[in-house]
Design a protein around this ligand. Structure first.
Ligand SMILES: *Cc1c(COP(=O)(O)O)cnc(C)c1O
Length: 437
């Protein structure tokens, strides 16, 4: 199996190369060259998520150096569950909880798969790998947790000082060992610029092999298809027909993975992209004009994306406007509706949503009754509400219970260095001339 670039179908690489490179050389994103038909009869009700991952991902790793190790990699990445829980009593609505990993967001699956793959691809390498991640909140924590204590790999997380939530900051700074955390005097955009400059810096490139682990890496996307495969197969086995998914979306990695799962034959009906007030994708669906723009800050901050990278993958899959419109639905939800949905569903169903999941719940609530009743509908819950308790607790009028995985992170000491947003400052820190605080 080979992967091609969205910008050059003649550029073909195997899985390992796509993972290590991240982006293809001309700036495109890697996508499978074809869709292997997956035999869903191979899955059984007793399969664990990691067993499903190993079976489903096998065709993508065929003839790749990672092929033999795929079951082990899957076991490391999928070592926590993604339970499906009913919402209300209709039997037609449920929530897929993707937040039971170390940093309580769905990004743990992809980050852990990438880390387990990198650790094997880098075994015996001469130079250490330096992974640079600029983060506005959730990505950095998931990547730091996944790569913590991986031999031969260092991670440097750059986050905008004072602009992440207290829980997010703890998740970015509690690791130590091979993980370095830098609070940058500046915005997320400046963190991202610094990472780009570092990749071009000859001095840094002689000391390290530099890589990124951002969400456009194929190694973060492919594993995300696994929970859609597992969930849709389980719903189908119960005789409920194909499930429709509503996915809180920002950079569209999670939704693209769901579309890939359906393309390979998973019993999935509709896919709804639920965006916040960042309307780039809803506007594109409305008039066919793609107008990237600066992001606006919303309550569902992990979805504040003004130029979603993975739209390029979806457009490669559905080149015609009519095709993309019939394959996917899209909706945009304002902050006011996020807050009232968190309040209403706590009162009505007793469930506590994070602000991102609430975007999906509101998208469902706005469906015409006939469509709701044509279910089964599944809401993807992308983060645990305790990660955003500053927002959620006042809305439901009580503290959000903190799950054990998050509580454990709060027991660890937090350490980070503060740097100016300059390449010289980043270089000095990486070269060890900067003490952490
Ligand atoms: C990253 C993130 C999203 C958006 O996912 P994409 O794959 O970028 O569309 C939604 N919710 C949470 C909690 C996230 O961390």
């Amino acid at each position: 199996m080979r992967f091609i670039s969205t910008r050059d179908p003649a550029h073909r690489v195997n899985l390992s190369t796509a993972l290590i490179q991240g982006l293809s050389p001309e700036g495109g994103l890697y996508v499978p060259e074809r869709w292997p038909a997956f035999d869903f009869g191979k899955l059984s009700a007793s399969d664990s998520l990691s067993a499903i991952a190993a079976k489903f991902l096998a065709p993508f790793a065929e003839t790749d150096p990672l092929s033999a190790q795929l079951p082990e990699i899957a076991a490391e990445a999928f070592n926590f569950s993604a339970p499906l829980r009913p919402v209300g009593g209709s039997g037609l609505l449920s929530v897929l909880e993707l937040f039971h990993g170390p940093t309580a967001a769905f990004k743990d699956f992809g980050a852990r798969f990438l880390a387990a793959s990198f650790a094997r691809l880098r075994a015996g390498a001469a130079r250490p790998l330096q992974i640079l991640v600029a983060t506005s909140g959730d990505t950095g924590g998931a990547v730091a947790a996944a790569f913590h204590r991986r031999a031969g790999i260092e991670v440097t997380v750059l986050f905008p000082k004072g602009l992440v939530s207290p829980t997010q900051q703890q998740q970015l700074t509690c690791w130590g060992d091979n993980v370095r955390s830098l609070a940058v005097h500046g915005t997320f955009d400046e963190c991202q610029r610094l990472v780009k400059e570092a990749f071009l810096d000859p001095q840094l490139r002689t000391a390290w092999e530099l890589s990124s682990a951002n969400s456009i890496n194929l190694g973060r996307l492919l594993p995300q298809a696994v929970y859609y495969v597992a969930t849709s197969a389980a719903v189908f086995r119960q005789g409920c027909g194909p499930a429709s998914f509503i996915i809180p979306s920002g950079n569209l990695g999670n939704a693209t993975a769901c579309a890939w799962a359906r393309q390979m034959g998973a019993p999935i009906d509709r896919i709804v992209l639920a965006h916040n007030a960042n309307r780039t994708v809803p506007d594109f669906f409305a008039d066919g004009m793609l107008r990237p723009r600066p992001s606006v800050a919303t309550l569902a901050s992990a979805m504040d994306v003004g130029n979603p990278s993975n739209l390029e993958r979806l457009r490669a899959m559905f080149p015609e406007m009519s095709a993309i419109r019939s394959a996917l639905s899209v909706v945009s939800i304002e902050d006011g509706a996020i807050s009232s949905r968190i309040r209403a569903d706590y009162e009505h169903f007793g469930v506590i949503w994070c602000p991102h999941t609430a975007v999906a719940a509101e998208a469902w609530a706005r469906l015409p009754a006939a469509e709701q009743q044509a279910g089964p509908w599944v809401l993807a819950a992308t983060a645990h509400p305790a990660k955003f308790s500053e927002i959620v607790a006042p809305l439901i009028g009580k503290p959000v219970p903190v799950p054990e995985n998050l509580a454990r992170l709060f027991e660890r000491p937090s350490r980070f260095a503060v740097i100016e947003p300059t390449l010289a400052a980043l270089r000095a820190t990486l070269e060890g001339r900067h003490a952490t605080v």
